[in-house]
Write a protein that binds this ligand. Structure first.
Ligand code: ZN
Length: 377
């Protein structure tokens, strides 16, 4: 058994996911290291200190720069970046469809141009699995198309049907790769991805179809791409009940602390998002009393830490005034300190969520957390 469902409160799940690289306590926030590093000069030693359980790396980025074949030759991503805990790699699909100079979508896969040097690349389900196998991540994501949230129904239907066919090919290829003698992680796990934009009936049918494959986990993809928060919550209300409860449920690319609390309540237990690192690099820091912009003049003489009582490496030592000074002076340390604090804030919130679920008090924890964040300083 890979996933233990330890406790539930309403639809919310408290779980434990066992992998070859260690156990993941859920709900969990995965820390996004696009090119095998969190942007903002954050090392894997830092990740251990800020309570990161799972690092997430981007297949597309690593494929186009440095290359997965070289990383395999060097012993795989874990060895390359000196991180022995779980790593999730995305499929490359999202970047191929959003970043790259696309593109032709065919049944076999997608042809696109690298955003680095313009070179023509082909990626389909088999290629995505091969790249992720070369990287040797703990969890590999299925290759899918993420249609725009507001795409027309007919487009979404055709796209989702193809994504289903691609999922079967992903599984077959992953099984083959895991059985090869020189594969780095022969226990690599494949998660399927539910799509269907904001059409709940398409999403429900798709969720039923992909659940038949009995994969070790399932994601809800294609959200936080332009629809409203209410639409996103509505999709989760409808679709999560059709994904297996005894497997991890991963909401891709979401979100704000409030989004995460709402999604946990709806049965999601894996998350990832660039917000904490991206906002940190811009001097926007999360606290239990709302988000602060450290560029603001009012922090010029503020010798308090970003958050009183925060145990992160930044707050243990440095003041708002100093971090503000570093940001204004464009010193790299300023960004780094903000990113460390923000990731620690997210990882700590997930720990609080798990503790509240253990105690059967998630509902009151959520209400309290939202109220204090809303109230501000
Ligand atoms: Zn802090």
């Amino acid at each position: 058994m890979k996933y233990e469902l330890l406790k539930t409160e309403g639809k919310a799940k408290r779980g434990r996911f066992h992998t070859v690289h260690g156990t993941i306590e859920t709900p969990v926030f995965m820390n996004v290291g696009t090119v095998a590093a969190i942007k903002g000069a954050v090392s894997t030693d830092d990740l251990r200190e800020i309570k990161c359980q799972v690092e997430l790396s981007n297949t597309y980025h690593l494929h186009v720069r440095t290359g997965d074949k070289l990383i395999k030759e060097l012993g795989g991503l874990h060895k390359f970046m000196a991180w022995d805990r779980p790593i999730l790699t995305d499929s490359g699909g999202f970047q191929v469809f959003s970043l790259a100079g696309i593109r032709k979508i065919k049944e076999e896969g997608v042809t696109f141009n690298s955003h680095i040097d313009g070179r023509k690349i082909f990626m389909g389900p088999e290629e995505s699995m091969q790249i992720q196998s070369n990287l040797g991540s703990t969890i590999a994501m299925a290759f899918d198309e993420c249609p725009p949230a507001l795409a027309e129904r007919k487009y979404v239907e055709d796209s989702v049907a193809r994504t289903t066919r691609w999922l079967y090919r992903c599984k077959e290829e992953m099984d083959r790769l895991n059985s090869l003698p020189d594969t780095i992680n022969k226990e690599q796990l494949l998660f399927g991805i539910n799509q269907g934009a904001v059409y709940n009936d398409i999403r429900i049918e798709h969720a039923k179809r992909i659940s038949e494959l009995d994969l070790p986990g399932y994601a809800v993809g294609g959200l936080a791409v332009g629809e409203s928060h209410e639409q996103m919550y509505d999709v989760l209300d409808h679709v999560v009940p059709y994904l297996p409860q005894n497997k991890p449920t991963y909401l891709m690319g979401v979100g704000t602390p409030a989004n995460i609390l709402e999604a946990v309540e709806r049965g999601v237990d894996f998350f990832d998002c660039v917000y904490p690192s991206r906002n940190g690099r811009h001097g926007h820091v999360y606290t239990n009393h709302g988000k602060l912009n450290l560029f603001n003049q009012k922090f010029e003489k503020d010798m308090r830490p970003i958050e009183e009582g925060c145990g992160c490496p930044t707050c243990r030592t440095y003041s708002r005034a100093y971090v503000r000074h570093l940001l204004k002076a464009k010193e790299m340390l300023g960004m780094r300190l903000c990113v460390l604090h923000n990731l620690y804030f997210y990882n700590t919130m997930m720990e609080e969520i798990r503790n509240s679920l253990d105690a059967g008090e998630f509902a009151s924890y959520k209400a309290r957390k939202l109220a204090t964040m809303e109230a501000g300083e």
